[in-house]
Design a protein around this ligand. Structure first.
Ligand code: GLN
Length: 456
């Protein structure tokens, strides 16, 4: 813990930690030492972690990287972090992210950018660690912590993991409680581990997962021993390669890595089969209707009364002016864009044309996966991202849709509620990490982690 705290002090330029909690960390570390001396065997005991700012941590600022939650210190602790502290883990502080987890580059944060510790060849250009869990990815990649929590609504664990050369797992929807995690799109959000290895992801998921009566969508299923599932034996596993994920403009290096990944799995005894997920092309537009719709509803609670900040009001301002001024200055541009899109697609005249249609297409996307798994496929191999990490500022002036295209390989997994993992798979010509994604059957994270281990 002390070594991590020292590294964090030296790494302010990365913008990864936005609230440091050294007093809490040292207290928890001392308690963990005592537990370990007393014979505690929990593998998460004493492990120093960074926590994404989206998780409510009692008495510690939890702002979702938004100005509107400036000054908000929750009275309660999220279920995920409660379980991690019960296991004996240590909180080093809160990590940077895109505002309300909306973004793919960590550039929508009210705290400023998080920076990728990797560089493109000899270039000075600062690169994005990805988003929205950009601070988590940067902190783990730069050895500021041993692991971090992330959340993934459309790729926010897997894309930053791929951009920084670490492992990121989005569990099956319902595997991990959402209670106390600031909501973005409730039917898509899932928390998961961001770690240095597949084995670490298995261990940390074990501590994060489990049924929680406080989250009605959390599944009442036993938590298996995910680490024990990593046997290294993947003989006879059937791995699907979906043809719809071959998209124009994907760099040749990523295509090559994808084939290499398939070869590695074949060499380890898996069978590689071509599959089709025909509704893939509708996933991105479907996601960008459903996620903003849910966000516009979830973010209605930030009204200047209940949480965080309230705008300064002028003489004679009423409640309407208070809402308007607070939300106008509290939310950044991307969040405002999502609230506007969401409100529009949910409005009486357009509900059927957009929101209801998106829900129907979502069901078809899920059915594509169901059919492939019913046909005996154990996991699906795809690239994690359509490119390596890009430069900070390089995409912000472009059309927002350019940024949304980053999620093309990851959003399908959230729409279908499946587990997905990104593992570091190699470097591009400029020496930047690239990730491969494996998508698993629902509730089969153990199997998924086992197969992912063969790609390391
Ligand atoms: N980049 C996607 C978005 O902006 C996904 C974000 C996430 O998974 N939280 O919505």
């Amino acid at each position: 813990t002390q070594a991590c705290l020292d590294e964090i002090e030296k790494a302010d330029a990365l913008g990864a930690f936005v609230h440091k909690t050294p007093e809490i960390a040292l207290k928890q570390a001392a308690a963990a030492d005592a537990r370990i001396q007393g014979g505690a065997e929990n593998p998460m005991c004493g492990i120093p972690l960074g926590i994404k700012d989206l998780f409510c941590t009692q008495g510690v600022p939890s702002q979702a990287a938004s100005n509107i939650l400036d000054g908000f210190k929750p009275e309660y602790e999220s279920t995920v972090t409660t379980q991690l502290w019960q296991a004996g883990s240590v909180m080093l502080g809160k990590l940077n992210m895109d505002e309300f987890a909306m973004g793919s580059s960590n550039e929508t944060s009210t705290y400023g950018d998080a920076v990728n510790p990797w560089r493109r060849g000899n270039e000075e250009t600062a690169l994005t660690p990805g988003g929205s869990s950009g601070g988590s990815a940067s902190a783990v990649a730069a050895d500021l912590c041993l692991a971090a929590t992330g959340t993934d609504t459309g790729g926010s664990i897997r894309q930053p993991a791929a951009f920084t050369g670490i492992t990121g797992l989005k569990p099956t929807y319902g595997r991990v409680s959402r209670w106390g995690i600031i909501a973005f799109a409730s039917s898509l959000d899932q928390a998961g581990p961001m770690t240095k290895s597949v084995r670490d992801a298995a261990i940390m998921l074990g501590a994060m997962a489990g049924h929680d009566p406080k989250d009605s969508t959390s599944a009442d299923l036993p938590v298996p021993d995910f680490e024990a599932a990593i046997t290294g034996d993947i003989r006879g596993k059937k791995i699907g390669i979906p043809k719809e994920y071959r998209i124009d403009g994907t760099p040749a290096e990523i295509e090559k890595l994808w084939s290499l990944g398939a070869e590695m799995l074949r060499d380890a005894g898996a069978e590689i089969v071509d599959i089709s997920l025909p509704h893939t092309k509708y996933a991105l537009p479907t996601y960008y209707v459903i996620a903003p719709a849910e966000a516009s509803s979830n973010l209605a609670r930030y009204d200047g009364v209940r949480f965080g900040r309230r705008a300064k009001l002028a003489q004679g301002d009423g409640i309407t002016e208070m809402y308007e001024k607070t939300r106008a200055e509290g939310f950044g541009a991307e969040v405002q864009r999502r609230v506007m899109i969401g409100t529009y697609v949910l409005s009486a005249g357009f509900y059927d044309a957009y929101y209801n249609r998106a829900r129907k297409v979502r069901a078809l996307i899920k059915r594509d996966f169901d059919q492939v798994f019913e046909a005996g496929v154990d996991a699906i191999l795809t690239p994690a991202t359509p490119s390596a990490a890009f430069g900070l500022g390089e995409m912000t002036d472009a059309d927002p849709v350019q940024m949304y295209l980053n999620d093309v390989f990851t959003v399908t997994v959230n729409l279908a509620g499946l587990p997905g993992i990104s593992v570091p798979a190699g470097l591009d010509g400029k020496g930047l990490p690239l990730g491969l994604q494996l998508i698993g059957r629902p509730w089969e994270e153990g199997d998924l982690l086992n197969i992912a281990g063969s790609l390391e």
